[in-house]
Design a protein around this ligand. Sequence first.
Ligand code: KG4
Ligand code: ZN
Length: 353
Amino acid sequence: MLILGIETSCDETSASIVENGTKILSNVVASSLPLHAKTGGIIPEVAARQQIKYIIPVIEKAIENCKFKIENLGSIAVTIGPGLIGSLLVGVETAKTLAYVWNKPIIPVNHLIGHIYANWLVANSVLQIEKPRATRHTPHAKIDFPALVLIVSGGHTDLLLMKGHGKLKWLGGTRDDAAGEAFDKIARLLNLPYPGGPSIEKASDKGNPKAFNFPRPMLDSGDFDFSFSGLKTAVLREVQILKQRQQFNNSTIQQLAYDVQEAIIDVLIAKTIRAAQIHKVKSILLSGGVAANEKSRNELKLSATRHRPHAKFFVPEKFLCTDNGAMIASAAYFNYKPVDWRKITANPELYFD
Ligand code: KG4
Ligand code: ZN
């Protein structure tokens, strides 16, 4: 079945066509990120205004790229939350209109569940807009259940046990800032550009192990919750001291970036591995924007191999870690529950049931 996935929950506007939940036929993402880089963060009205401009051309391009006929489209999937209300409305109202006009079933999708399903996508079936008709398709390695899922995005950090499609149990999450949010806020303290995750990753390349010993929040709390706001405060204090001593320069910024990245990744890994061991999972799935971080991918994989050797480790290709319509289409395929378009509404606060 071909599903058109529409994603507009934050600063991306994306439309993708996915076959049977795994094979990406086209994937178009337009981002208003350069506009937010100027303001050091997302201004919701600016994001939504851009999405109104982008949404139709993005959907047209997604269809054009794989040259298929609307008659062959099985259904439409759309992110209904969580996210920014103005942004969500653009995608939801467009998807509802298309469902009515084309007379297609529509499936509402939780954005966070979408992130998980990026792990089912076969990245090399298509990639660039320039190569829309690429047909290389390798079958996805099988994800066995139960699986342990870590979602690390800009707004969320959650650990879940997945016993099957539609069978998710929330184990824990952040009590304050999400991991991506911590990267973004700390980057601002370090005068690094938005979005903070990639900036900190880049700056940390030149750091050395452990100059600043930042806290590993809630590392030994015995539960699966996270807290990253204390780390932000610790960095602020260090920045103030360095500024007083006139030592706040490129070299100390790179070092701070290195240690911040280490502190965040250490906690994420420790909790994930503990949960994987306790729940005796067969697979470990990393997902969300922060999963694009090379060190988080490598270190979690390494740690999983060492401490849970029988479990298989999965992480989406980097371009599928951040927001995209393909993951929404995939989530809809594996959790196929069409709803009357009149009953679909955007829900910025949507979480797990
Ligand atoms: O999943 P996502 O695209 O959007 C949300 O659903 O929030 O995640 C965006 C977040 C941002 O906080 C961004 O700084 C972070 O993912 N991120 C990264 C990297 N790339 C994006 N964090 C660390 N390292 C990266 N390479
Ligand atoms: Zn996201």
